[in-house]
Structure formats: structure tokens, C-alpha cells
Design a protein around this ligand. Structure first.
Ligand code: FE2
Length: 145
């Protein structure tokens, strides 16, 4: 069970950093696709904020403590923050494709570990995340062609 909870906590940290990163891009996007990307990014970080709350409360419901400080989030996230500077939409898309792949890989790892220890609630919860990430990656990849 411990490994399973560690995975969920790492995932929580990656989601926290991703939320800040998407908001940073929401503020710093520039170029001819500004209006579309600016508003899409808001939709994405709102979605991630809901996922953060769901994962943290899932950890609590299982009787464990979710990580909860900015230091924890930064130290345990494979996703790196963005620089605070203007950025073109094409570069944002290229960067967030990699970040959503990181989230997808972590979600797969969580599901695999959860099934090993017969934690079917976690396994079932993660199914929705896998669907969301696969669909996003398809759309992002179409948008950069
Ligand atoms: Fe805004």
C-alpha cells in the first residue's frame, strides 16, 4: 500500500506544478493564437485544480496524508515550472504535450501498482484520468501539425 500512496502523492505534486505552469502560460502567451490558447489554458488549469482536490481527498479517504506544501510539490514533481516570460503558443503546446505525457505515465504507474495490492478504488479512479490525458494528447498532437 505504501508504494501506492507514494505514487499518488507524487502525482499530486505533479498536478500542483502543472496547474501553476498552465496559469503561467495563460498569462504569458503571445501571438496570433492568443485568444484561443489563453482561454483553453484556463480551462485546463481549472480541470487540474479539480483533479488535485480529488487525488488529495482520495489519499485522505484511504487513511494517509497528502503532501501539502509548496516545497513538497516542487521537490516531488518531475514536471518543471515554466519561466516567467512571454511565450508563443506553439512552444506552449510542445511543452505541455511532454507534461501531459508525464502525467499519463504516472497515472499508468499508479494503476499498475494499485492493482498489484488489490486497491481497486484507486485503479478505477485513475481510469478517468487516463481517458482525459489520452484525449488531450490526441488533440494537442493534431494542433501542432
Ligand atoms: Fe485569466
Amino acid at each position: 500500500m505504501e508504494e501506492n500512496i507514494n505514487n499518488l502523492n507524487q502525482f499530486l505534486c505533479e498536478l500542483e506544478i502543472m496547474s501553476v505552469k498552465l496559469q503561467n502560460y495563460h498569462w504569458n502567451v503571445q501571438g496570433k493564437h492568443f485568444f484561443v490558447i489563453h482561454s483553453k489554458l484556463e480551462e485546463y488549469y481549472d480541470e487540474i485544480r479539480e483533479q488535485i482536490d480529488e487525488i488529495a481527498e482520495h489519499i485522505l479517504a484511504k487513511g494517509f496524508q497528502p503532501l501539502g506544501t509548496m516545497n513538497d510539490f516542487i521537490q516531488n514533481s518531475k514536471i518543471q515550472e515554466a519561466k516567467n516570460e512571454k511565450i508563443e503558443s506553439a512552444e506552449i503546446l510542445t511543452n505541455i504535450i511532454e507534461d501531459y505525457k508525464t502525467l499519463q505515465h504516472k497515472a499508468i504507474e499508479i494503476k499498475q501498482e494499485a492493482e498489484k495490492v488489490e486497491d481497486y478504488e484507486t485503479s478505477a479512479l485513475i481510469d478517468d484520468y487516463l481517458k482525459v490525458y489520452a484525449k488531450k494528447l490526441w488533440m494537442f498532437n493534431e494542433s501542432i501539425k
